[in-house]
Design a binder for this molecule. Structure first.
Ligand code: ZN
Ligand code: ZN
Ligand code: FE
Length: 745
């Protein structure tokens, strides 16, 4: 009788893979066993009819559990001493470290949802999960993934749960998060677990209350998204005047508030269930303050039992924003929420399962014809990316804003959940905790090689130096482009790196760069011309200062500058002019983001930035209804590079403004930026004999700009590579740092 030995690699542990193998082996009449091999994957021995083995191999791939990812199956003939009668699930081997096996947190599956809604012992139990669904990443303390090493350890299983847990034919066989109303974690509403906390929370929400809701990876603040006075109250309490709020809606409510394509819906309904940025629906019932001044809105579908049970009681979409205080990460702790959300949340819907590591919602949008991660977190972290590097293990500490960290070992790069802005004690502590958690759940020690940013004053740069390891410092925009090279396996590229700001190799503020890059190194060959940023950071907050800087750089002086700017609501105009004229506290920048900000301020769309990206996002929204005018583009030489002349471009826009609607001017500014950068990149491919053009950086989220660049590059017969698997914003920097540091040996 034929016998085969299979080694299956990929995400095949902690996802119900062994019971799945058991089931398909039994169904196909095979004897043998299945065993975890730690790092090396899963070993399967099958013996039986040839046709049965054929069917088994097909089932293995086609019917695999939803969370499993099979990277490869090695099959060889096997001649053992004896194969058991029947099929066995054998204990885990202690070889290897069992890495790459921790799946992400995913949404409740349909079968569990049916259990919650049906007449089962899980009826109305909010934490119902099985081997195919629920939390993983946020409950595990360390490897191997077993109940005692998770936050479920505090909830001993009842007999019914124990029975399902030990039955190989049950969907909850070895489901480490198995729990039921008798033995599992409990919900409470504002401190009281009697009654039905979900119904009480729903009643509060209907009454216009702001309710803190603890989910899988953290605590959200929720309120009725259709009532303006309620949304405004939340804005006041959070001191967040403009930043768009994410929403949660059911599949039924969704088309009323947003325009959603079949592809977007498929992603939204999938197991990973991210927030997706969608165009607003006309005549939507949403309160105007949900996403003021923007043409789109960020929505997710329910993903836990709590959300589903809540929406069963509600007929309106909810604002669902992370509960955090300024500069701090999302709250995860009940006591902290009770104390620190006083005055913000009217009520709290909390459960008593500890969140070991927080995990914010992922955010995705379509841009330039592809999917872009704004945030790669819940549903993805810590799933590794395969990368072609040949180096020792390495840890990259990321950038300062929108940070993630990344760990490389043995062909795989594990990117952490979203950590946020590392400019505060609390967020820095979170970064350090995330490093520990990532090392624990991958079974690694702190590597001997660290990567960090070039900026001398970043907290992460200081940390890298402190840890006493070899440190490679990576330029921000090189890291952006290396992240594209890492995703697509490129060795060399002409890259367009467009974003807010990053520390340049010359100490200046970069952000609109054409780099000729290899993985290990780069040369700055073009980009945007540098312009003054009067007042440094103040020019970021008040983009009218950038307008003054650009006009001044273009030769406009005293009286004319005053005349041009006096209608533009620019605070401290005289001080700004004095700064420019005396060169006091004036930095120089080539940032694409600051240019877009300046246009936004000039057109009166956004004179003050209250959240990151606001002026440029509102400019994109304003340009939606506009048509670009093909103005002539001017280039000049700067320190041996050809650059797009920003003051000349701005002058063209100023000329247009009299005779054209603001929407057209906004569209023209975006068009000119995209076209100018694309032309410079195409020219660089010719000069240097490179065929690949890459695009990365936060400005690549702008759909119009990304499309214009893609069109121009395609017209030139070249391929354009843009991030799809890591964020093109700063969430992808840690991955890029891994690629650079790992290539620079
Ligand atoms: Zn399930
Ligand atoms: Zn139970
Ligand atoms: Fe950046």
């Amino acid at each position: 009788m034929p016998q085969k030995r299979l080694i299956v690699k990929g995400i095949v542990q902690g996802v119900g893979f062994r019971p799945f193998i058991y089931r398909i082996a039994v169904q196909n009449g095979l004897n043998g066993w299945v065993k975890n091999l730690g790092d090396a994957g899963v070993e399967v021995i099958v013996a039986g009819e040839g046709a049965g083995i054929e069917r088994f191999l097909r089932d293995l791939v086609e019917r695999r559990p939803p969370l499993a990812e099979i990277d490869g199956v090695e099959v060889e003939e096997f001649t053992p001493d004896s194969v058991p009668r029947g099929f066995e699930i054998r204990g885990s081997s202690s070889e290897g470290r069992g890495s790459g096996t921790i799946p992400p947190d995913v949404a409740i599956c349909d079968e569990c949802l049916n259990d919650v809604r049906g007449e089962t012992r899980y009826r109305r139990y909010w934490a119902t999960s099985c081997v195919n669904c629920g939390p993983r990443f946020t409950v595990i303390e360390r490897l191997p993934y077993d109940r005692p090493r998770t936050s479920m350890d505090e909830f001993p299983m009842c007999d019914d749960c124990r029975y399902e847990y030990t039955d190989p034919l049950d969907r909850r066989y070895h489901a480490q998060t198995i729990a039921c109303p008798r033995c599992g974690p409990k919900l409470s509403f504002s401190g009281c677990s009697a009654g039905d906390p979900i119904k009480e929370a729903a009643a509060a929400l209907r009454g216009g209350a702001i309710v803190a809701i603890k989910g899988i990876g953290g605590i959200h603040l929720a309120c009725d998204a259709t009532r303006e006075e309620v949304v405004l109250r939340l804005r006041r309490r959070l001191a967040r005047p403009m930043q768009p709020f994410a929403l949660m809606a059911t599949g039924e409510l969704l088309p009323k508030i947003a325009v959603v394509s079949a592809k977007e819906l498929e992603l939204m309904r999938g197991l990973r269930r991210p927030i997706v940025v969608l165009d607003k629906q006309e005549g939507s019932p949403l309160a105007p303050s949900v996403a003021p001044g923007l043409h789109n809105v960020a929505v997710m579908l329910p993903y836990t039992g709590i959300h589903y049970l809540l929406f069963d009681e509600l007929g309106f979409p909810l604002v669902m924003t992370s509960a955090n205080l300024p500069g701090e990460p999302m709250m995860i702790d009940n006591r902290e929420a009770e104390e620190r959300l006083k005055g913000i949340a009217d009520d709290l819907l909390l459960h008593d399962r500890r969140i070991v590591s927080r995990c914010d919602d992922s955010v995705v949008r379509r841009s330039g014809g592809g999917w872009r991660f704004l945030r790669r977190s819940r549903g993805w972290a810590p799933t590794p990316l395969e990368v072609g590097l040949d180096c020792e293990p390495l840890l990259a500490l990321g950038p300062e804003l929108d940070a993630t960290i990344a760990l490389y070992d043995d062909g795989k790069c594990y990117i952490s959940q979203y950590i946020g802005d590392i400019d505060d004690v609390a967020s820095f502590e979170y970064l350090r905790a995330s490093i520990d958690h990532l090392l624990r759940i991958t079974g690694r020690d702190l590597p001997q090689h660290l990567a960090c940013d070039l900026h001398p004053r970043f907290l992460t740069t200081g940390l890298a130096e402190e840890l006493g390891r070899r440190v490679t410092r990576v330029q921000h925009h090189h890291a952006h482009l290396a992240s594209v090279m890492g995703e697509y396996g490129l060795e060399e590229t002409v890259g367009i790196a467009v974003d807010g700001i990053g520390y340049g190799s010359d100490g200046a503020i970069w952000g609109g760069e054409i780099l000729l890059a290899t993985r290990a190194d780069f040369e700055r060959v073009g980009g945007l011309s540098t312009v003054p940023m009067p007042g440094g950071d103040l020019a970021t907050r008040f983009p009218g200062r950038m307008v003054a800087g650009i006009l001044h750089e273009g030769g406009m002086r005293g009286g004319e500058l005053r005349d041009r700017l006096k209608f533009r609501d620019l605070r401290e105009l005289e001080a700004v002019i004095w700064q420019l004229e005396s060169g006091t506290n004036v930095h120089k920048t080539s940032s694409a983001g600051r240019f877009l900000d300046a246009v936004s301020a000039w057109l009166g769309i956004c004179p003050e930035r209250t959240y990151e990206g606001e002026p440029a996002m509102k400019l994109e929204a304003a340009a939606e209804s506009g048509r670009p005018i093909e103005i002539p583009l001017q280039f000049k030489q700067e320190e041996g590079r050809t650059v797009l002349d920003i003051p000349a471009l701005f002058r063209e826009l100023v000329e247009l403004e009299g005779g054209h609607p603001a929407a057209d001017v906004a569209a023209t500014a975006q068009w000119a930026l995209a076209r100018g950068l694309a032309e410079l990149a195409i020219e660089a491919t010719r000069a240097h004999g490179t065929r690949a053009v890459s695009l990365s950086g936060g400005v690549a989220y702008n759909d119009f700009i990304a499309r214009m660049i893609a069109e121009a590059v395609a017209e030139a017969g070249l391929g354009l590579f843009v991030n799809e698997r890591v964020p093109c914003g700063d969430g992808g920097i840690s991955f890029g740092q891994v690629i650079v540091a790992g290539s620079r040996n």
